[in-house]
Design a protein around this ligand. Sequence first.
Ligand code: NAP
Length: 434
Amino acid sequence: MRHFALVGSGPAGFYTAEALEKAYGEQARIDILDRYPVPYGLIRFGVAPDHQSLKAVSKRYDKVAESAGVDFIGNVCVGRDVSVAELLDLYDAVILAIGAPHDRKLGVPGEDLPGVVGSAEFVGWYNGHPEFADLDPPLGGTHAAVVGNGNVALDCARILSKTRHEFEGSDIVGHALGALDQSAIRTVTILGRRGPHQIAMTPKELGELGHLEAAIPIVEPSDFPPAEADEPLDPGLRKSVGLLRGFASLDANKPKHMVFDFFAKPVAIEGDGKAEKIIVERTELDEKGAARGTGETYQVPASLVITAIGYSTPRIEGVAYDQRGGKFLNNAGRIGERLYAVGWARRGPTGTIGTNRPDGYEVADQVVAAMPPGSSSDCAGAEGLKRLLESRGVMPTDYDDWRKIEETETGRARPGSPREKFVRVEEWLSALGR
Ligand code: NAP
């Protein structure tokens, strides 16, 4: 028998558990640990609440969690309740799948002013992440700005621009729905430090902007190179650029505007005790395709500034860290003896949910090669972990507990929503009678 610990129950953790379960069957116990009693990480807390079809992938993870060799151990924070070194004593291999939940910093003056929030905070707020339930982003001004030209920037801009009616069928949390419904924001400026050919937005996500009830995307045709310059682009990017070009011909007769401002690099955020405007420098592309400032600056009004410029993985004591990449230092997923990383903690914050499948399977293959099915050890596994946690007064939760929480959330759903999510750890525990 082998014992494996996966730390983190998002897509990367679940695909790796699936791969290990397939490889070992009854010859391994696979424990998926999470700091919260609710699983699925990015699916619950990161994927936009109006993208329910993407969230449906958790059904696949349910099947993994229900398989005989796999257990979910929630309410246990690795690094606080138990160390990685202790897990390595208890398990044959430890695989870190903790994602990249921290916002990268812009590094400009004024970034710490009230009204400037990272996308992890903003997304966490509307998705019911307990750390951000009290974020209360300022929605009382008419102008907001989102920095970045990736899909997360699009998510944030779209959520700011949708009507209450458009959130029907989503699982956006009640506090965010109520606040957004009262929002005075009419213009969301999306700042890209490079041009339309350098966006990281995908066609499906971009295409949605053309069909919003009260908002319209706006582009400046002179930001685009001649149409024939799109030909050599990768098909996906070419499609995205085509969609962007098409926005120029939309009728702007809607109350909310989503303004794409390209070649626009924030150099400061200013205001009287809170964010009021961003000072932006016009850029051009240098020989290597990077943004180079031209020296020309202008102001973009914004009492809410959301930075959506990428994420990093938090450090864990004793685990080698790649400061530049914002992830664990690893070689094809291997951090050290019996210690691995998968998903964003391994690769950095890129790719779709599906990218985590081959990633997890590849690391599972390495584990299989190092300790083939049929081999065994005298590791204590979950029994040892639970004894250790009990001695520290930590009460783990299991998969049945999660189903109870899910049922309670579903039972309190408001009309038009699949569920009303709990947003505090105490609420989850009280649903379990603790
Ligand atoms: P991303 O795709 O890497 O985009 C980050 C953006 O931030 C880029 O446009 C980048 O511009 C810009 N940026 C970085 N540093 C900057 C700075 N200092 N100043 C100004 N701009 C800066 O990251 P993401 O949007 O956080 O998304 C993470 C991953 O999740 C991506 O793979 C994304 O596709 C995926 N995702 C998918 C979906 C979906 O499928 N629906 C939804 C959300 C996220 P440069 O290119 O110039 O560096």
